[in-house]
Write a protein that binds this ligand. Sequence first.
Ligand code: ADP
Length: 483
Amino acid sequence: MVEKTQAGQVLSVASECVPLIKTGGLADVAGALPGALGALGWDVRTILPAYPGLLARLGKAREIWSDPDLFGGPGRVLLGRVGAVRIALLDAPHLYARDGGPYSVAGKDYPDNPERFAALCWAAAALARGAGADGWRADVLHAHDWQAGLAPAYLRYADGPRVATVQTIHNIAFQGLAPATRLAALRLPAGAYQTNGVEFWGSISALKAGLVTADALTTVSQTYANELMRPEFGMGLQGVIAERASALHGILNGIDTDVWNPETDPEGPAFNAARMTGKTAARAVLAAEFGLEQVPGPLAIVVSRLTGQKGIDLLPGVLPDFIASGGGLAVLGTGDPLLEAAMTEAATSFPGRVSARIGYDEGLSHRMFKGADAVLVPSRFEPCGLTQMYGLRYGAVPVVAATGGLADTVIGAGPASLAAKAATGITFHPVDGLALAQALRQLVTLHADKPAWRALQRRGMQAELGWGRAAESYGALYRSLIG
Ligand code: ADP
């Protein structure tokens, strides 16, 4: 039997986790939180699917659970370590040995995604209840997004030892829908298919399953928690969220301040945050890499999925003005083919002032934050957002829509915040071309006022962005559930 640690035992259930597999911010959270909780005395294990190539990354691993018929084929869980983090991989080749990404191939979702992630939840629920060979059981099962939403449901709908459950919403736009006819195939009881259960407009929603069955709900910023109760943001689940408002907590994400540390970052020139030296050299490297050597004003960057959520479609409309007033823009991203084309076209229209790299490149993204004067994040909604925090840390002043986590991490420059010496960036609202254009004018003006600009950068770089605060909040929540 495994000794109980002081704080408690947590099983984190996620479909992606840094450094193993990442498509978005969820992976950063699932990867960083266990370490920060571990520092507070929590014993955390993370379970995720064994996508191709992952088993080899586990080092010395041992099988702790198996099921000969896990949603259409055999499945087994191998427990090992990646760095300091305990990782359990669910090996089920019939579900996860696929050519594409974790959720889709060539832009098309796998048709059996409901079963693929139901299997993850099934194995997680079993392990949480102590079915693993080593007898480890969880005090708390922490489910991330819809892919983990059935785990609290399986625990709720079946008898067994009590495990407290937390469902975290990283992005409510993804709801894990399945046809109602798959209820039994997803191993859900007939009684679960009702308005206060897993039913959602005639379908099954795995996210809703988590939202109605978990003991506590969290999302990744307080502002997004408030927004989720409104039809503009709740994506049909606003009523469910409002009903569970007293169980919902907004806990702001941190960033990995070791990986995102301008002073130790091997990408780009040496940087001294205290003396603010290195930015000029890093900007020159960035400008050379993108062919933007002739930008007299602020050199801004976008590092983002290129989607409507991120407000990328607003950029072409505001560029003529921004470029005319001296600005420049370097874009790195992939996503919607129309938006990719729009960014490439903008680069063609403003040679030497706008440049776009269509692709995913972690190293380049680091060099961009190091060299940029500003990072633009014009999202229509943003549960938390990470890139504005990278911007703060690297002296790339964030220009952000005042929504979700963007509103909670950036103090917008205005008469009051500047007088109080509190501003760390530029915020705008509503999220449209007029407001973004105005924000970019403010960027150009502030950038030209060197002492004010330096002060803005310096305050941002001093912001507390690590995982410690979030881990304390999750720990307090877990304790309140364990009782
Ligand atoms: P979301 O999860 O909605 O995509 P976040 O801001 O929470 O948005 O997280 C996005 C993460 O992915 C950040 O770490 C960001 O730097 C990274 N990222 C996005 N697009 C790219 C890209 N094209 N190249 C490198 N990193 C990227």
